[in-house]
Ligand binder design. Structure first.
Ligand SMILES: Cc1ncc(COP(=O)(O)O)c(C=O)c1O
Length: 391
């Protein structure tokens, strides 16, 4: 039947209008209206009560002593690395977003790349321990796509070797490690509130920590390093979160549980349909954990599916479906960081970077979208041979 032909071979596309990767679910404006009016009429646009309210609510939700809101996850990482006094080598994954590493280089550290597990896509704990030398100052771990890192094992290694442990938790709001929100483990966890995340402030980030001295340093750091008496305690910068963004973030946080429940339900649907196709696997999440599923990332074993990742992406685009290839290239092959990565042994990172596809996943998704995306993948799988020989 011609309608079952992939669009790349002349069939009808599944979607006439492009399906985007991200569609943020925002709180209804009416819910925020009085607070927005309040800041507009009072003129208190920054450093005021809505920032503090958001920090308090977030700390309670993450079950952590302190939350310091900042202008982005990246600025949170930079201030955390600086405030924790990192000096020397930091152990990082390369299969991550560039900001995990850029923030470390900004504070003068040298990234040492370790490989990730092919299935969880998080750093391999034994590889981290093997990479520790007398120059190592910290372990930087990522909850990749929302999949919690192995927090207990990482804490044990950090303690054993007297290293700092910082989590890039950009994707982590909604993630549970052994039933508990990620946020309180390690020395600090930095979350992103950009619009691709489950909770958004428009832009913004938060740092969660149980370390009161660190929280204090972050408060000074996000204010240029000003100690409150117009003297610079150290060189900080402006990393403040304005009041409007704090209002939006607090209301958005109120929608988190619903968002993460829905994403987990959607991923169960996708997993059942997509893993029935040859060579397709979804990210594996430990059974005692919950992923936020900030992204739905699948991998393609080309020899089994019959098409490369890039050909599948092209075929999906012809069906009207946007995708991303997170993370390709991985950080150690990007121009600014290549010299740090020379000689690094990262076979799983290399394989994941050429085999991963992120598919559209939203916190509110009409069933026509997951159904249509699975149908498109099924059509492409059935016609892999023709696609390979004709395109
Ligand atoms: C893993 C990771 N770390 C850090 C960041 C940076 O976050 P932000 O844009 O809030 O600085 C991102 C952004 O998506 C990310 O994916």
């Amino acid at each position: 039947m011609s309608e079952q032909l992939p669009a790349l071979l002349g069939g009808d596309p599944v979607f006439a209008k492009r399906v985007p990767m991200v569609r943020p679910s925002l709180p209804p404006f009416a819910e925020m209206e009085a607070e927005v009016r309040d800041i507009m009429t009072s003129g208190m646009l920054t450093k005021s009560k809505y920032l503090r309210q958001f920090e308090e609510v977030a700390a309670e939700q993450l079950q952590v002593k302190h939350v310091v809101a900042v202008s982005s996850c990246t600025s949170g990482l930079m201030l955390s690395y600086q405030s924790l006094g990192l000096k020397g080598d930091v152990i990082v994954p390369s299969f991550t977003f560039m900001a995990t590493v850029s923030a470390a280089v900004w504070v003068g550290c040298r990234p040492v790349f370790v490989d990730v597990d092919k299935h969880s896509t998080n750093s391999q704990v034994d590889k981290i321990e093997a990479a520790i030398t007398p120059d190592t100052t910290a372990i930087l771990a990522v909850h990749n796509f929302g999949n919690p890192a192995r927090c207990d094992e990482l804490e044990a290694i950090a303690q054993k070797h007297s290293l700092k442990l910082i989590f890039d938790a950009a994707h982590g709001l909604g993630s549970l490690y052994h039933g508990k929100p990620v946020g309180s483990q390690g020395d600090a966890q930095c979350f992103s509130l950009s619009p691709t995340k489950l909770v958004t402030g428009g832009e913004g980030g938060i740092v969660a920590t149980n370390n009161s001295a660190l929280a204090e340093a972050l408060l000074v750091g996000r204010e240029y390093g000003n100690n409150g008496e117009y003297d610079s305690a150290f060189a900080g910068f402006n990393a403040r979160m304005p009041e409007f963004n704090a209002i939006l973030a607090r209301h958005s946080l109120g929608m988190l549980e619903q968002a993460v429940t829905e994403r987990n339900r959607l991923v169960r649907f996708f997993r059942e349909r997509l893993e029935a196709l040859p060579g397709i696997k979804c990210q594996s999440i430990a059974k005692e954990d919950r992923s936020s599923y900030k992204d739905l990332s699948i991998t393609v074993e080309e020899s089994e599916f019959g098409l490369s990742r890039d050909r599948i992406r092209k075929a999906l685009l012809a069906e009207g479906i946007d995708t991303c290839s997170y993370y390709d290239p991985p950080v150690h092959r990007q121009t600014a960081y290549r010299h740090f990565g020379e000689g690094a042994d990262l076979p799983n990172t290399e394989w994941l970077s050429k085999s991963s596809i992120s598919l559209p996943l939203w916190s509110k998704m009409d069933p026509i979208f997951p159904e249509g995306i699975c149908l498109a993948m099924e059509k492409i799988a059935q016609h892999a041979k023709q696609i390979r020989s004709t395109t």
